[in-house]
Design a protein around this ligand. Structure first.
Ligand SMILES: Cc1ncc(COP(=O)(O)O)c(C=O)c1O
Length: 399
């Protein structure tokens, strides 16, 4: 009799690089060690009051299914959000999703068949690899480097990665895990490549407003010609400190893409009702809130970069956005080092948890001397976390 087994696709799906060290952190805590978490982009800032109030004051007698495409007011909220950025979407161009994550699943599956290829810039957000594996889609990594602040390589390098199987380019601006904000020229270059080679752009805009030093992202939507090839995936998680709300959207002016995204959305019936409604006021009115948020992260970025530069042998290029940085450390193996921090190191009963950068690369062997830091703690805690990192590097290199 044939042995029961899971699918090859399932077996090939990687674990999240960000979450796999969690059991080691739990053990450290059980041993009475305080762990500073800079390993995951889970912001510590309070969720805006209007969101929490709306959740508490929900009055409907029954929690009904919402429409698969999203509640009317939530779609209108996203429509206003984009209109304020100069992009006019029809209501049918937007589907509310369960976080940006579901939007990415819909976008990947809408444009790529098994064995088709999507270009990503490595290091990249690890869920792209998980979603691609779920769909038997191949990610074609184009490398970016610490020394360049992870900015894009020359056009020829990107074009060289395009094959007959390439269906699109995935770009996250500003970027997780690097914090890089692609310049207007870089965005133009990608738009131009997509137009020339007839590729989709999946624009992950999760962090789009979190940019520093007065900079501003040039959105792909500003290129009218690109609209039929552009799919935006978006999220309230980071910009409105609402990771647990699980609200995002997928938006495109390509009708075929949106029709198929709606069919995908029908498979999960709907997104949670209360949270969809609760986010509407922030989608409609957020200018002042985001200005403050940017200042908070910019100041934290400055603290982390300043403290990292004090550690001998560390290369850290100032990131321009999001709340991440990938420094290069004088270590041989970031996976071993991240585990060491939780199992074999502490100073005054404290340690720090980081994400090894290997999980953000598709190319085996890369990221071994890099880690990702998410600066989602208050500055005093960030200072201590960086101090712990410095002490740990010293100790790790002695063993
Ligand atoms: C680049 C990027 N895209 C998408 C997401 C998904 O976010 P969510 O599903 O919480 O909206 C994240 C979350 O960390 C992210 O960093």
């Amino acid at each position: 009799m044939k042995k029961i087994s899971i699918s090859q696709r399932a077996a090939n799906t990687p674990a999240s690089a960000i979450r796999k060290l969690v059991p080691l952190a739990d053990d450290a805590k059980k041993r009475g060690i305080k762990v500073y978490h800079v390993n995951i982009g889970n912001p510590d800032l309070p969720t805006p009051e209007p969101i929490l109030r709306s959740i508490k004051e929900f009055k409907e007698p029954t929690l009904e299914y919402a429409p698969s495409s999203g509640m009317f007011s939530a779609i209108k909220g996203w429509q206003k959000f984009y209109r304020d950025k100069g992009c006019n979407f029809d209501l049918n161009d937007i589907i509310v999703t369960s976080g940006g994550s579901e939007g990415l699943i819909f976008a990947f599956f809408a444009i790529a068949d098994p064995q088709d290829e999507l270009i990503v810039f490595e290091p990249f957000y690890t869920s792209y690899a998980i979603i691609a594996a779920m769909g038997n889609i191949k990610l074609k990594p184009v490398r970016t480097y610490v020394k360049d602040g992870f900015h894009l390589p020359k056009r020829e390098v990107i074009e060289k990665a395009i094959t007959g199987k390439t269906r699109g380019i995935v770009a996250c601006n500003p970027n997780n895990p690097t914090g890089t904000m692609y310049t207007a020229d870089e965005v133009k270059m990608l738009a131009d490549i997509a137009l020339k080679h007839n590729l989709f752009i999946i624009s992950d805009e999760t962090y789009q407003e979190i940019v520093f030093d007065g900079k501003k992202v040039l959105p792909f939507s500003s290129f009218k010609k690109l609209h039929p090839q552009l799919i935006i995936t978006d999220s309230v998680s980071k910009r409105f400190n609402s990771c647990g709300a699980r609200v995002g959207c997928v938006a495109s002016k390509n009708k075929e893409v949106m029709q198929v995204a709606l069919r995908f959305a029908q498979s999960r019936l709907s997104v949670a009702t209360v949270e969809q409604l609760a986010l509407v006021p922030m989608l409609e009115n957020h200018k002042a809130y985001l200005e403050k948020l940017k200042k908070t992260y910019q100041s934290r970025r400055d603290t982390v970069v300043r403290e990292l530069k004090k550690i001998p042998g560390v290369t850290a290029v100032k990131p321009e956005g999001a709340f991440y940085i990938i420094p290069k450390l004088p270590i041989d193996d970031s996976d071993k080092f991240a585990a060491f921090l939780l199992t074999s190191f502490s100073d005054k009963k404290e340690t720090v948890m980081v994400a090894p950068a290997t999980g953000f690369y598709a190319t085996k062997g890369l990221g071994k001397n890099e880690i990702r830091i998410a600066y989602v703690l208050e500055e005093k805690k960030l200072e201590r976390a960086m101090e712990l990192l410095g002490l740990a590097i010293k100790k790790y290199n002695k063993i």
